[in-house]
Design a protein around this ligand. Structure first.
Ligand code: GLU
Ligand code: ZN
Length: 300
């Protein structure tokens, strides 16, 4: 379905698990430039459902960083945690279609009983046809089947997956009651009327699951563009897990210049000392994501 005629609505959706680091700023800048160059909206969503992983102070840090770097978002910030009932409604809808089942399996048990599948994280279907157990905590999984889910990524080309073979039935709500990322992102992209998702290559593999959920819920599929992730010289992703440092807020224009170079925009030397706003205006006017085609990672 072509969505070319609709106004562009994109988003940046960081998880508040720590301060914004260079890699997340790279994705944020790409998403901002893509949206602004299309005269579209760029929304900010805080993916804060995984409460045990939320880090104190990181929301403030994320907002402050985006502001200092001139990456101003549209509308008010959307917090996933403020809208918990909408996930329950969507879950209920899928339950009525008999696509959902209760799963009591623990990771430990799966590793012991199905070591091969556990290694590749494919659920072996143990609880599929069992009724929900009394007095035990359980997760909710969605049944997958052998259909091929495919899409054309704006940078990574044609992607196709067989969900049953490559992922198996996956979790929508965890045993601890927390809504899983794959599910929340679909519900919220729809609620926010997102029609273009630009994010890091590390999430490419999740996209077919999300498209499957959109299909089951009767929702439109946005267009996807997965930009390379930033890795360090040892080849590791710069992420909160590898304790990548918070970005330095003192000279935003310098960092933006570096980010534009890593986004392969070839900013001219005379802009090296330009103010942030001037740099961003140049970048919006000249934005071209094509040099990032087929790139999965870029080292800093
Ligand atoms: N919250 C996710 C993350 O920080 C990104 C979600 C998305 O862009 O789909 O990794
Ligand atoms: Zn199970």
């Amino acid at each position: 379905m072509s969505q070319d005629k609709q106004p562009y609505i994109g988003r940046f959706a960081p998880s508040p698990t720590g301060p914004l680091h260079f890699g997340s700023l790279y994705t944020a800048l790409a998403g901002f430039l893509q949206a602004r160059s299309q005269k579209g909206k760029w929304l900010l969503r805080i993916d804060d459902l995984d409460t045990p992983r939320n880090a104190k102070g990181s929301i403030d840090h994320i907002l402050k960083t985006l502001d200092i770097f001139g990456l101003h978002w549209d509308d008010s910030v959307y917090f996933q945690s403020h809208n918990l009932d909408v996930y329950e409604d969507a879950l209920h809808e899928l339950t009525e279609n008999r696509l959902i089942f209760a799963c009591t399996c623990s990771r430990k048990m799966l590793t012991e009983t199905h070591p091969e599948q556990a290694q590749s994280d494919i659920y072996p279907g143990i609880c599929r046809d069992r009724p929900p157990p009394p007095h035990t905590a359980y997760a909710f999984r969605i049944k997958t089947d052998n259909r091929i889910i495919s899409f054309q990524d704006g940078l990574q080309g044609f992607i196709a997956q067989n969900l049953a073979e490559q992922h198996g039935d996956f979790i929508l709500k965890r045993k601890d009651g927390i809504i899983a990322y794959q599910f929340a992102v679909v519900v919220d992209d729809h609620r926010q009327q997102i029609n273009h998702v630009l994010r890091g290559f590390d999430l490419l593999d999740s996209t077919p699951k999300q498209i499957y959920l959109q299909q089951q819920l009767g929702l439109a599929t946005p267009q996807y563009m997965h930009v390379p992730i930033i890795i360090d010289t040892q080849g590791y992703k710069l992420s909160k897990q590898t304790l990548a440092q918070a970005v330095d807020l003192k000279a935003p224009n310098k960092l933006i210049f570096e980010l534009l170079t890593l986004l392969k925009q070839a900013p001219p030397d005379e802009l090296k000392h330009a103010e942030t706003t001037e740099l961003l205006n140049w970048a919006i006017a000249h934005w071209n994501p094509n040099p990032l085609e087929k790139l999965r990672a870029i080292s800093r």
